[in-house]
Ligand binder design. Sequence first.
Ligand code: PHE
Ligand code: ZN
Length: 880
Amino acid sequence: MRTNQPQTIYLSEYQAPAYLVDHVSLRFELFEDGARVHSTLSMRRNPAAMQSGSTLELDGDSLTLESLALNGQSLASDEYRNEGDKLVVPTVPEAFELTVVTWIEPQNNTRLEGLYKSSGMFCTQCEAEGFRCITYYPDRPDVMARFQTRVEADKSAYPILLSNGNPVEQGDLENGRHFVTWEDPFPKPAYLFALVAGDLVEKRDTFTTCSGRNIDLRIYVEARNARKCDYAMDALKRSMRWDEEVYGREYDLDIFMIVAVDDFNMGAMENKGLNIFNSSCVLASQDTATDAAFQRIEAIVAHEYFHNWSGNRVTCRDWFQLSLKEGFTVFRDSQFSADMGSPTVKRIEDATLLRTAQFAEDAGPMAHPVRPASYMEISNFYTLTIYEKGAEVVRMIHNLLGAELFRKGSDLYFDRHDGQAVTTDDFVKAMEDASGRDLGQFRLWYEQAGTPVLAVSDHYDEVQGVYRLDIRQSVPDTPGQSGKKPQHIPFAIGLLDSEGQPLPLNMGAEDSNGSFERVLELTETQHSFEFHGVKERPVPSLLRDFSAPVRVHYPWTREQLLFLMSHDPDGFNRWDAGQKLAVDVIQSLVDAPQGTEIEPRLVEAYRLLLNDTELDQALVAKMLLLPSEAYLVELSDQADVPAIHAARERVLDHLARALRDDLLACYQRNAGQGDYELTPAAIARRSLRNTALAWLLHIDDEQGRALAVEQYEQADNMTDRLGALRALVNSGFESERTRALAAFFERFQDDPQVVELWFSVQASSDRAGQLPQIQALLEHPAFDWKNPNKVRSVVGVFAGQNLAAFHNPDGSGYRFLADQVCRLDDSNPQIAARLVSPLTRWKKFSPQYSSQMKAALERIRDKTELSRDVYEVVHKSLAD
Ligand code: PHE
Ligand code: ZN
């Protein structure tokens, strides 16, 4: 905690570490009133370091130093300086052994960084800078060392003692205590260190690698969760196989462990050989997890597993390179999910997240490049830009090179840099070297923030049979960056004739290439592309499969969008055309007078979709979802959220009334059949059915009510039960709503993950989640300020998903959020800083709202003792 201004760290000031650590030997004595950490570091001067002199500096945070010795000689208090966040030893030899003993208090650690307790177990979180909360250490990713860890604790309370690598020794100690020693043969940065001690049960399995080695797989959970590990275990085995087949990556230790903990700031963590997961990202069963939760678990298990190569074997030189591991690993997990399910649906989901949330981030005060140039608090940079835009950048390289050369590039990258801490530039270089392609201009994707905009216009020359696309690229200014250069953008397109047939794309009079789809490579501010032999004015299909993370402006007519919705061979663009049409219709109602007619063709398009049993049902299910309020806000400037909300509700209402019978038919057609399955087809069926139900209840349909109550009671899985609950909660049927909410809580109150769903269904509902109701949820006995998932499921969901209630014109939602941020800042600054985000984009809203949002930010700014995390977000948001 601090009140003075935090320092800014610059990439340009990077210096290699002055001292390296070859080996770390740790001994943890765990007690109820604290923990003693003995650390012995074998260190030597870094031959590559620039600095001269012989001063050693180690990082530390919230530590009590008990003793310090150099080569076995205890240091007197005038032989070192304890500067709070640094321990300085003014003179050390070229090579030496340093022994540090610290005392820490995991039981009082509410920040959930370093060593802390969660539901009675000890666990760690060291990324990015948590290891310094355990002991003094050069806590930076370019210092890689071999770790040996001995954990000692009471045997009955903590029968399971885990750390990274392989167990090498264990035994009993006095006073009912015991120990286990672990050795990790792979050098690693301290952020990948992990330790767990608790009373856990284990689920075991094995995996035989491509070279025939047997790997011991274990998932550790509290006994009450023993039944909820099967899905994650299978997902893990699928991930291991996939990484061998697609990337040629084999697992390297003899054992791979996952531990589930309830209190966790993020989703999960890729610690070497010992991944630690937020319970909600690993535990699942048919009756407690939704389809979306299963898919999330599969993706996160894969993501953390894939980090073993993209992150652990090859790691980041410094935290500016965070996207080196995160962007690449998100790309890998999205390829995996696409392979396991429906590629088009996965692409739609990724693009939706990107366009709704990452574009917003990239247009706001916290905008930063995929490789940032500076930061105050690195925890604030685990962003959608680093993760999702970073993944899109890798995807573009993949698409520019093609799968084969990309694989050559990734092989070269892993081979060349195994055991090293490297930069995003090293990654791009490996791709260049393997493919022979010049990615010089492409590197701007890493350096320039902001979402590129493509303004597209077209011209058709009937006489010559030539169709021309004119494309103008611009990259908007972002904080600290203006006058940007044009980027290298792969722009995939196709052209359709009036029958919906794809036209051959011949790009010159002599060109007879005849391909129906092309990736145009944009490198200049302005391009014109001519297509020859085009017999009629075509309908363009632009940015197919979302080939680049850009905004495209083209003057679409509603006819064209309707046409693409039913004819585009590119599934993504079919969906996108429907979204654009719905956006256009909703936007046209925002400022329109009450009785304005709603586009009848939209109704007919949805009717066709609802009755279309030919088209991939997973795609239909996605196409039926109207664009979210958050997306509509992102698309507008000077947003008036209640007006946007009202317009969207009007459209939903109108569609539901006009399509009532089709909705009922769709509901019946997709009624549950047979056993619960997680195939794309079954998931699509449940999604269609629950969308139909939600729409029927939106208009308080009596038959819908009966169906919802019946579905709620008879559901054999959480997707259907929650779908029915959500529909009732968002309906006007108050007594059913109250009854279903009570029954749901009664049934699942002992399951924290389901209680979180129960909170979020209410917090996201404009009917059940107005501010007084949110305040009541915070008083609910199941709510817990110390548990990030609970905070997110009420406060985060209210401010991030219940836009109409949050943006109450009286400003009460903003003041409420400011108060919760201030309250949380003292206990968990990382979570507090993340909660601020809905306020940061205050400039985007119409004056009545923006002035009050700004006032709420100032309210946070004026709190005494603001953490560095919140300080950075608030001050950047208020800067001009
Ligand atoms: N590195 C983790 C991941 O993306 C995320 C994380 C960051 C977890 C910081 C905890 C703390 O897989
Ligand atoms: Zn990651």
